[in-house]
Design a protein around this ligand. Structure first.
Ligand SMILES: Cc1cc2nc3c(=O)[nH]c(=O)nc-3n(C[C@H](O)[C@H](O)[C@H](O)COP(=O)(O)O)c2cc1C
Length: 150
């Protein structure tokens, strides 16, 4: 049976969305049943039933979540501590080292999901503005790991 993989993106100008769609194409080629959504297109209740999750999220303002990510972030923050125990996840953070709070939003997601009981399947990747090669490498690694999750 095909393994389900959910890919979420938090973005303001589309970089994370583009990477999420690249990852979805790669995942489909690897036999996953993939769903790609913006973070404002999924409810926290739906997230409770997700078993495999990749997040691509940029950072805005002064270390803030992108607009489409803030509500979901707040909703997950309000979950009980063990709400996401069935979830296996990886986070790719997009940012720019010119900012003090480099990749802060991705770091926050990575920490929050762990705090809610989810299993970090691989180390977070923090990407600077030349993110393409790092992102492609990380996506390959993450799909290898996800393929092993029953
Ligand atoms: C106004 C503005 C504020 C930003 N703030 C941060 C920041 O605080 N930390 C960081 O690491 N990157 C910051 N960035 C860089 C973006 O995260 C980076 O350009 C990213 O690739 C954008 O991805 P997106 O198109 O998916 O939103 C900022 C960029 C802009 C234009």
């Amino acid at each position: 049976m095909e393994k389900k993989l959910t890919i979420l993106f938090g973005t303001e100008t589309g970089n994370a969305e583009m990477l999420a769609h690249d990852a979805a194409n790669a995942a489909k080629s690897n036999g996953f049943a993939v769903e790609v959504r913006g973070m404002d297109e999924i409810s926290v209740e739906e997230l409770y039933n997700v078993h495999r999750l990749l997040i691509y999220c940029s950072t805005w303002g002064d270390g803030e979540q992108p607009d489409n990510a803030q509500d979901l972030f707040d909703a997950v923050s309000d979950c009980p501590p063990s709400a996401l125990t069935g979830l296996n996840y990886g986070v790719l953070a997009l940012g720019d080292t010119a900012f003090d709070l480099f990749c802060e939003s991705g770091k926050e997601w990575d920490a929050l999901l762990e705090q809610k009981g989810a299993n970090r399947l691989l180390e977070r990747m923090d990407c600077d503005t030349d993110f393409e090669d790092d992102a492609e490498y990380w996506t390959e690694q993450s799909l290898d790991k996800m393929a092993k999750v029953e």
